[in-house]
Write a protein that binds this ligand. Structure first.
Ligand SMILES: Cc1cc2nc3c(=O)[nH]c(=O)nc-3n(C[C@H](O)[C@H](O)[C@H](O)COP(=O)(O)OP(=O)(O)OC[C@H]3O[C@@H](n4cnc5c(N)ncnc54)[C@H](O)[C@@H]3O)c2cc1C
Length: 281
């Protein structure tokens, strides 16, 4: 059996694009939208980056009618640290394919040494594309300013806490403070942003977004919730049943270890899920 099927199967949809699409179909039948992520990061060879881009383009074309053509990409898997020019050429190719199939591409946010470069790169793409969005991480000190900038520019933002280990001069370290900053940023984006995505499994944050939507009488079409494949699946159905837009991040592929490791590190219960699934539970 492939390693993802054994170790990471709770968090990873499968090794192939077909496996990911099969999950996408099942989600669509439950009223849930997907964003597909071909796992990979820190690719340092141009040819490998081009192969990953071609695989993303192949996936966009493979997604059938009735399943949203929405993918998430990591710039470091697409040559960002080889050369920005190469990466831009590659990502523009993906965006052109997405445009052809009426799809959308979300640029994931990686560690803080890439934040400023990623935002500048994203702004260059935004001059020519509407079908691209960005991620902002609530734990970074800079993020409230980036949220205001995104609102001014009409950028589509996914807000998450942030998954990388960051030093105190760059990011908040205390969970209560991260939650407070997340809530403030989410409220700003829901109020004035362009269809933001509230990406968290943290019920306190979900409840705060719901309370804000009720207080401000926001239409459900103004924003969406997002969660990761394998985490809180019962909650997905409840949110959909209550009429909210909901998307699941569906990772697939064989380069699953860094993603898997971040999931284990951020929540000890995830380790138990893995152990249980190893025992066949
Ligand atoms: C769709 C999506 C996309 C993301 N994209 C990025 C990205 O581009 N860049 C990036 O840095 N990070 C990304 N992340 C990861 C994110 O930054 C966090 O690391 C991750 O979501 C964990 O934070 P959390 O807010 O979900 O909850 P946590 O901080 O892990 O947990 C907080 C609380 O939430 C509740 N909770 C959490 N998980 C569960 C569960 N399985 N069951 C029941 N209760 C639970 C518990 O009460 C827990 O104490 C993304 C996350 C999502 C959901």
């Amino acid at each position: 059996m492939q390693p993802p099927a054994i170790l990471a199967r709770r968090f990873v949809a499968g090794a192939t694009a077909d496996a990911a699409v099969a999950v996408g179909r099942k989600l669509a039948a439950r009223g849930i939208k997907p964003t597909f992520d071909l796992l990979g990061e820190d690719v340092l060879e141009a040819e490998a980056a081009r192969r990953i881009a071609a695989a993303n383009q192949g996936l966009l074309r493979l997604i059938p009618e009735g399943v949203e053509r929405n993918i998430s990409i990591k710039l470091t898997s697409l040559g960002f640290d080889v050369s920005e020019e190469l990466c831009e050429e590659i990502v523009r190719g993906i965006l052109d394919t997405a445009r052809e199939v009426k799809g959308f591409v979300r640029v994931d946010m990686e560690g803080s040494k890439h934040t400023e470069r990623t935002l500048r790169f994203f702004q260059r793409l935004r001059k020519d594309y509407d079908n691209v969005g960005i991620v902002l991480q609530a734990y970074l000190h800079r993020t409230p300013d980036d949220v205001e900038e995104a609102i001014r520019r009409g950028d589509r933002v996914r807000l998450c806490k942030g998954a990388y280990r960051e030093p105190a001069d760059v990011a908040l370290q205390d969970m209560a403070k991260i939650r407070a900053q997340f809530k403030a940023c989410a409220r700003r984006l829901m109020d004035e942003g362009a269809y933001p995505a509230i990406a968290t499994h943290d019920e306190e944050l979900v409840q705060d977004a719901l309370a804000f939507a009720r207080e401000e009488k926001l239409a459900a079409s103004r924003f969406e919730f997002q969660m990761l494949y394998g985490l809180r699946p019962a909650r997905w159905d409840e949110l959909v049943k209550d009429g909210w837009n909901f998307r699941v991040y569906v990772p697939y592929g064989t380069h699953w270890f860094p993603y898997f490791y971040r999931r284990l590190r951020e929540r000890k219960e995830n380790i138990f899920f893995v152990l249980r699934s190893l025992l066949g539970g």
